[in-house]
Ligand binder design. Structure first.
Ligand code: ASP
Length: 579
C-alpha cells in the first residue's frame, strides 16, 4: 500500500473506512458538494484523487464548491440511517474540528458530477477542472497502468528503451508531415516524426538487437474519435526474428496491459489472414465480438435473370430480428451505402409468407430458396445484399455490418486478433504505380516473390501484420527488407527513382550496405488500447490534453499566429488565406 501521508495530510479522502473510526485525521481536497444541515451545520463532500468523504462542519458559511481545504477532525461512524452503500467511504464521516481554506475558487465553469453532459469545448478549455472528475482521474490511472505494464513486458523480454529524435527528416508512414522551420537554414524544415520507423531500423543495423520506445508520433491527418494529431505508440523492433517472434513479443505486451487493468490475462491471440477477414467481415480490422458475417452468394445468383445481381460478386448479411426496420430506415441505409460507393442495397424482410422485398418478384423460387438456406434466414430477419465488384461488396457490407451490429465498447469482452498476410500493395495510384499497403520497407511474402517478378503486383502478399482489438486497429508491423537489392527493386516498382530514394532514405540505404541484420517490428497505439480498456469510445477521454476534432486546443488556443519578427527570423512570409 502506498503511503499517501504528507506534511499536510494524514490520509486521502477516499481511503477512510469503518476501521478508521476514532482516528484523528487531517485531509486535503476540493469541496465537491455541500448540503445544509440545520442552521449551523453543513455536510461537505471533500474530494481528492482517491474519492470523496463526508465532513460535518460547524459554521461552514464561506466554504463553496471547489474551494481547496485542509480539514482536521475525527473519523466517526455514520448513523445507520444515513450510511451510503454506494460510496466507498459511505459508512463513516469526519467530525471536522478545524477547517483551513488553502485556496478559494470561483464557481466552476461546469458541474463536475458525471450526470451533466458538458460541451466538449468548454471541458477542454478548462481541462484542469475537467480532470478533477472521477472518470478522467480513473482514465489517467488506467493509462499509466497500461504504459507501465507494457514497459515492464518489453523489458522482461530484453528490449532496450532508446529515445529517437523529434526533429527529423520526413518518415515514410504516408500521412502528411508536421514541419518545423529551421532558423539556421531559412527555407529548410524539419519534419516531426510520424513514427520512429527509420531510426528503429537503424538501431538494428547498430546492433541494438531489441529496441522499444513509448514514442510520440505526429501525423497531420483529419481527426476522428480514434485519431489525434499526436498519439503515443509502443514502438518496437528486433533483429534475427521472424513474424512469429514479433507476434509473441507484442502479444505478451498487450496481454500484460489488459491484465494490469482488468485483472484477467487474455488467452492466446488468434490469427486470421487478411483475405479471410475481408471475405468474412468486409474489413481488415474485423470486430469479432459479434456475428453478422458476410455470406457468399455469388454462386446462388450465378445464372440469375435479375440484372442487379449479374455482378462478379454478390454477398449479404443477415440481421437477426431486423425485419421490423421501417421503410425510412431502409431507405436511409440504402442512401448510406450509395455514399460509401455502392450502386445500391437490396433489402429483404423474411416473413411468414416468404421474402418481402421490392426485388422479390425478379427472383426465381429456386434462387429464393437457395438464398434463404445459404443465409440461414429465419422469419423476422432482415437480409441486406450488395452486388458489385468483390472489393466494393466487401467494403460496403463491412461498414454496414459494423453500423448495424457493433456493440458499445464496454460490451462483449476483449477480442484481440492478429490479421496476417496483408497484400504488399493496396492498389494503384493515378500513375499506375502500386501503393504500399504498409510502408516501402515491408518484406514481400516468401511464397510470392515469383508473382512479384512476374509483375502480378496486386497478388503479392507481404509479411505485414496488424493487431486488432474489438474492431479497432491497434497497430501494424512487418518483417523488413534488409537487403539493398530487394529494397531497390521495391522502390523501382513503386516508381520511386533511385535519386528520389536516395534523397529521401539515402541514409537508410547507406546503412544497409554496412551489414543489416534481418529484422522486424511493430507499433501499437497506446491511446486506443487505453480507451478500450477504460471503456471509452473516444480516445480524447484517455488523453490529458487532447485537441478537438478540428485540431484546436481550446486550453492554450493553439495553433496561434507568430509575430512578424519571429517570421522574419525564420525566413517565412505568410500568404493571405486563399479565396
Ligand atoms: N512504423 C509503423 C507504424 O507506425 C509500425 C511498424 O511498422 O513498426 O505504423
Amino acid at each position: 500500500m502506498t503511503d499517501y501521508s504528507t506534511s499536510m495530510r494524514t490520509d486521502r479522502c477516499g481511503d477512510l473506512r469503518v476501521d478508521d473510526v476514532g482516528r484523528q485525521v487531517t485531509l486535503c481536497g476540493w469541496v465537491d458538494r455541500r448540503r445544509e444541515h440545520g442552521e449551523h451545520l453543513a455536510f461537505i463532500d471533500l474530494r481528492d484523487r482517491s474519492g470523496v468523504v463526508q465532513l460535518v462542519v460547524d459554521g461552514a458559511h464561506d466554504l463553496r464548491s471547489e474551494y481547496v481545504l485542509q480539514v482536521s477532525g475525527t473519523v466517526r461512524e455514520r448513523p445507520a440511517d444515513t450510511a451510503n452503500d454506494g460510496l466507498a467511504t459511505g459508512a463513516i464521516e469526519i467530525d471536522a474540528t478545524e477547517v483551513t481554506v488553502l485556496a478559494a475558487a470561483e464557481p466552476p465553469p461546469f458541474p463536475l458530477d458525471e450526470r451533466t453532459e458538458v460541451d466538449e469545448m468548454l471541458r477542454l478549455k478548462h481541462r484542469y477542472v475537467d480532470l478533477r472528475r472521477p472518470r478522467l482521474q480513473r482514465n489517467l490511472e488506467v493509462r499509466a497502468r497500461v504504459n507501465s505494464a507494457v514497459r515492464g513486458a518489453m523489458e522482461e523480454q530484453g528490449f532496450v528503451e532508446v529515445e529517437t529524435p523529434m526533429l527529423i527528416a520526413s518518415t515514410p508512414e504516408g500521412a502528411r508531415d508536421f514541419v518545423v522551420p529551421s532558423r539556421k537554414e531559412p527555407g529548410s524544415f524539419y519534419a516531426l516524426p510520424q513514427s520512429p520507423q527509420i531510426f528503429k531500423q537503424l538501431c538494428m543495423v547498430g546492433g541494438v538487437d531489441r529496441y522499444y520506445q513509448i514514442a510520440r508520433c505526429l501525423r497531420d491527418e483529419d481527426l476522428r474519435a480514434d485519431r489525434q494529431f499526436e498519439f503515443m505508440q509502443l514502438d518496437a523492433e528486433a533483429s534475427f526474428v521472424s513474424q512469429d517472434d514479433v507476434l509473441a513479443f507484442i502479444s505478451h505486451a498487450v496481454s500484460a496491459a489488459a491484465e494490469a487493468v482488468t485483472g484477467e490475462r487474455p488467452g492466446e491471440i488468434p490469427r486470421m489472414s487478411w483475405h479471410e477477414a475481408q471475405e468474412r467481415f468486409g474489413s481488415d480490422k474485423p470486430d469479432v465480438r459479434f456475428g453478422m458475417e458476410l455470406v457468399e452468394l455469388t454462386e446462388v445468383f450465378a445464372g440469375t435473370e435479375f440484372r442487379a445481381f449479374q455482378a462478379s460478386c454478390v454477398k449479404g448479411i443477415r440481421v437477426p430480428g431486423g425485419a421490423d426496420a421501417s421503410r425510412n430506415r431502409l431507405d436511409d441505409l440504402t442512401d448510406r451505402c450509395k455514399r460509401w460507393g455502392a450502386k445500391g442495397l437490396v433489402w429483404m424482410r423474411v416473413t411468414e409468407d416468404g421474402l418481402d422485398s421490392p426485388v422479390a418478384k425478379f427472383l426465381t423460387d429456386d434462387e429464393k430458396a437457395a438464398l434463404g438456406s445459404t443465409m440461414e434466414a429465419e422469419v423476422g430477419d432482415l437480409l441486406l445484399l450488395v452486388a458489385d465488384e468483390r472489393r466494393t461488396v466487401r467494403h460496403i457490407l463491412g461498414l454496414l455490418r459494423v453500423e448495424l451490429g457493433r456493440p458499445p465498447v464496454t460490451e462483449g469482452g476483449l477480442h484481440f486478433l492478429w490479421v496476417v498476410d496483408f497484400p504488399l500493395f493496396e492498389g494503384l495510384d493515378e500513375a499506375g504505380h502500386p501503393i504500399p499497403a504498409h510502408h516501402p520497407f515491408t518484406m514481400p511474402h516468401v511464397d510470392d516473390l515469383e508473382a512479384l517478378e512476374r509483375g502480378d503486383l496486386l497478388d503479392v502478399r507481404s509479411q505485414a501484420y496488424d493487431l486488432v482489438l474489438n474492431g479497432w486497429e491497434l497497430g501494424s508491423g512487418s518483417v523488413r527488407i534488409h537487403r539493398s537489392d530487394v529494397q531497390e527493386k521495391i522502390f523501382s516498382i513503386l516508381g520511386i527513382g533511385s535519386d528520389e530514394a536516395h534523397a529521401k532514405f539515402g541514409f537508410l540505404l547507406d546503412a544497409f550496405r554496412y551489414g543489416a541484420p534481418p529484422h522486424a517490428g511493430f507499433a501499437f497505439g497506446l491511446d486506443r488500447l487505453t480507451a478500450i480498456l477504460a471503456g471509452e469510445e473516444n480516445i480524447r477521454e484517455v488523453i490529458a490534453y487532447p485537441k478537438t476534432q478540428s485540431g484546436a486546443d481550446p486550453l492554450t488556443s493553439a495553433p496561434t499566429p507568430i509575430d512578424d519578427r519571429h517570421l522574419e527570423e525564420l525566413g517565412l512570409r505568410v500568404l493571405p488565406p486563399a479565396e
